[in-house]
Design a protein around this ligand. Structure first.
Ligand code: PMP
Length: 354
């Protein structure tokens, strides 16, 4: 008999929250940028790493990086909380505000980690369904917020995995009805026409979460942040572990912000490529949903989603299999890649569907 203890009974830990890291020539499954970060950023980082005082703990207050992010968004550094990926920002929010007897509200289908992290932190999860074509109706959102009275309401715009962007009226409705915080996950915000960032101020219970993983071509860096009212940032700092952001990451993030123009070029290229990918999909027997992110959700018509996913993998093209997610039956999600990668994907899909 094993002497190892059981996990916490309330966790009910399941697999499947994490994308499989399967080997494939064309990897379009985790919404990474297909472009490497700028060479100048690499060079600047290599030089700066030589100056790090490795024998000392890093700047606990993350001063220079927060100042750089604040400057970029026109907010104050005390309105910026940075962490190891936006997932850790979300976790910090749940640690600070969630817990036993408190509720987090999600609108499904959405980014699975909102509910998962809330659950891990002992927060009750209330889930409502998105409407037709995955849109959110302001009245329905207000009604759900009033019924569940969540301490955290998670919106996701553009929404992963549907690509949907919320109308500003949705945020207005959530903010008007909420007694807790409204969290807008903008992991894909720079790919979209609209952002909630300008709405953040110290008197509004609104938190906007962003990441360096997608638009900044820095998924390996594990850096994300929240723009939030200063009192919220103070609370998030209290639940973060001491020195949670290592010195190298702080420097790398700060230097990335200095290369914003190169990041914007990459975003523009991906937005143009997204239009080409959507047009390519429209010519195939699939249903496609409009997207303002760097991915597209589609459903092969009359075909089993899992089988199509396998057919693509057989051709060394890896996409995200969302076909068994509630509300996404039969659907697959493909990340916008380079033109060459997207051509490989479209050709493979045409073959599988032939
Ligand atoms: N939010 C959304 C909506 C995402 O899709 C992702 C990544 N898949 C994240 C947050 C987490 O990103 P990271 O932890 O890499 O910043």
């Amino acid at each position: 008999m094993s002497r190892l203890p059981d996990a916490r009974a309330d966790l009910g830990l399941r697999e499947g929250y994490h994308s499989a890291q399967v080997d494939a020539e064309v990897r379009l499954n985790t919404n990474e940028s297909p472009f490497p970060p700028p060479a100048e950023w690499r060079e600047a980082l290599a030089a700066a790493v030589g100056d790090i005082a490795w024998e000392r703990y890093p700047d606990r207050a993350v001063g220079a990086l927060r100042a750089a992010i604040a400057d970029q968004h026109g907010v104050r550094p005390d309105q910026v909380f940075a962490a190891n990926g936006s997932n850790e920002v979300l976790q910090s929010l749940c640690l600070a505000y969630g817990g036993a007897g408190r509720t987090a509200l999600t609108f499904e289908p959405t980014y699975a980690l909102h509910a998962h992290i809330a659950h891990l932190t002992g927060t009750t999860v209330a889930s409502e369904r998105r409407g037709r074509d995955f849109g959110l109706d302001p009245g329905a959102v207000a009604d759900a917020v009033r019924r569940h009275d969540p301490v955290l309401t998670f919106l996701c715009s553009p929404n992963n995995p549907t690509g949907t962007v919320d109308d500003p009226a949705v945020l207005d409705a959530a903010l008007a009805a909420a007694s807790g915080l409204v969290v807008v996950d903008e992991a894909y915000g720079q790919f979209a026409e609209r952002s909630a960032l300008a709405r953040v101020d110290d008197d509004t219970p609104l938190v906007v979460v962003r990441t360096f993983s997608k638009t900044w071509s820095l998924a390996a860096l594990r850096l994300g942040y929240a723009i939030a009212p200063a009192p919220v940032v103070q609370l998030l700092e209290r639940v973060a572990l001491p020195y949670h952001l290592d010195a190298c990451k702080q420097v790398a993030g700060r230097l990335a912000v200095a290369h914003e123009a190169a990041m914007q070029e990459r975003v523009a290229a991906l937005v143009a490529e997204r239009a080409r990918l959507l047009a390519g999909l429209a010519a195939l027997p699939v249903t496609v949903w409009p997207s303002q992110a760097n991915f597209v959700l589609f459903r092969p018509e009359g075909r089993d989603g899992r089988e199509v996913w396998k057919g693509l993998l057989h051709r060394s093209v890896l996409v995200r299999d969302t076909s068994s997610w509630p509300g996404l039956e039969g659907c697959l999600r493909v990340t916008v890649g380079t033109p060459a990668e997207d051509d490989r994907f479209l050709a493979a899909l045409a073959e599988v569907l032939a």
